[in-house]
Design a protein around this ligand. Structure first.
Ligand code: KG4
Ligand code: ZN
Length: 347
């Protein structure tokens, strides 16, 4: 049986988040304390992130319980992000969740962060039909996963270098747009010409489902050359539109090929980059041609949040034993066991 009320905690990167999830699908509350401090540094500073989690986590959990009008003793179980992510940040969440679970005598389950992005549509009331192609696109992730069922995953492709969000953020920095760069590029690109500059689309014919964005970033650096911000508005919009078009086209090509090859019944895209309007439009059109739905969670479930951790936590608890007191955070996707359990023969 699904735990009725799960208190979920997420601290894998720079957002301190807690949520109360009912029946593995409804976010009764979802609180996110974004750490503004990283903006001043143009990126996430791991040491600052873990220290801020220490300060913010207690109040964030209290608020999530208060907004849900639930006391800790009324919660059935706890779920916490185990990895992948920044180790120092994960340690804070896992240690806190363990202590809370012990004190309240509740079961605790460790959750894979990437897996939780793929099931985020559940929070909007959408249960994706399996098999589906699950895509995680964020500042730290670019993974293409064939989801055959809950807990049954095959990692089919990934980035060879920069994550998609990392590419947005690095280009945003080059263009003097601040951090994170994705939302600003999305906005500026809407007024630019995507054909203004011919930028590389790497690995389109590589015959696999991997992508690479470092060449694209280098090409933008060359365009910027010796210029210094602030840049002329028209030029800036054209660079943003051209960069975004190259990145979106590359992503869509690989995602759609995997979808067609695997006979998937839907495509689910999660992570902050799933907020990108051009990506949403292009993928929806491509999926339309294949006759499968492109499922994007609402923007607040695309970016990091604890409700998606609660969804997967509840399902894990329904299927087996909770994690023991020996639950430890793990930094890389490989260490979480996700890639191993999943790598199957190419279809
Ligand atoms: O999932 P997320 O909140 O945090 C992690 O990185 O785990 O994703 C943040 C990333 C950043 O790289 C940000 O630039 C990107 O998502 N992002 C976007 C957009 N909104 C956020 N990228 C492109 N277009 C957007 N609209
Ligand atoms: Zn994430």
């Amino acid at each position: 049986m699904t735990s009725r009320l799960v208190l979920a905690i997420e601290t894998s990167c720079d957002d301190t988040a807690a949520a109360v999830v009912r029946d593995g699908r409804e976010a009764v509350s979802s609180v996110i304390a974004a750490q503004a401090i990283h903006r001043d540094f143009g990126g996430v500073v791991p040491e600052l992130a873990s220290r801020a989690h220490l300060d913010l986590l207690g109040p964030t959990v209290d608020r999530a319980l208060a907004e849900a009008r639930v006391r800790l003793d009324e919660v059935d179980a706890l779920a916490v992000t185990r990895g992948p992510g920044l180790l120092g940040s994960l340690v804070v969440g896992v240690a806190y969740a363990k202590a809370l679970a012990l004190a309240a005598d509740k079961p605790l389950v460790g959750v894979n962060h990437v897996e939780s992005h793929l099931w985020a549509p559940v929070l909007d009331g959408t249960e994706p039909p399996v098999p589906f192609v699950g895509v995680a696109l964020s500042g730290g992730h670019t993974e293409f996963v064939l989801v055959r069922g809950f807990g049954d995953y095959a990692l089919r492709g990934a980035t060879r270098d920069d994550a998609a969000g990392e590419a947005f953020d690095k280009v945003g920095k080059l263009l003097g747009l601040g951090f994170p760069g994705g939302p600003a590029i999305d906005r500026l690109a809407a007024g630019g010409d995507p054909a203004a500059f011919a930028l590389p689309r790497a690995m389109l014919d590589s015959g696999d489902y991997d992508v690479s964005f470092s060449g694209l970033k280098t090409a933008v650096r060359r365009l910027v050359g010796e210029r210094t911000p602030p840049f002329e508005e028209r030029w800036l919009a054209d660079v943003c539109a051209s960069f975004q078009a190259a990145l979106v086209e590359t992503l869509c090509a690989k995602i759609l090929r995997l979808t067609a090859d695997s006979g998937a019944r839907a495509v689910v895209v999660g992570g902050g980059v799933a907020c990108n309007r051009e990506l949403r439009a292009a993928l929806a059109a491509g999926c339309g041609r294949l006759g499968v739905p492109a499922i994007f969670p609402a923007p607040r479930w695309c970016t990091d949040n604890a409700a998606m951790i609660g969804v997967v936590g509840a399902r894990r608890l329904a299927r087996g034993a909770p994690s023991g007191a020996d639950l430890e955070p793990v930094a890389s996707l490989e260490e979480t066991g996700f890639a191993q359990t999943v790598a199957g023969p190419a279809s």
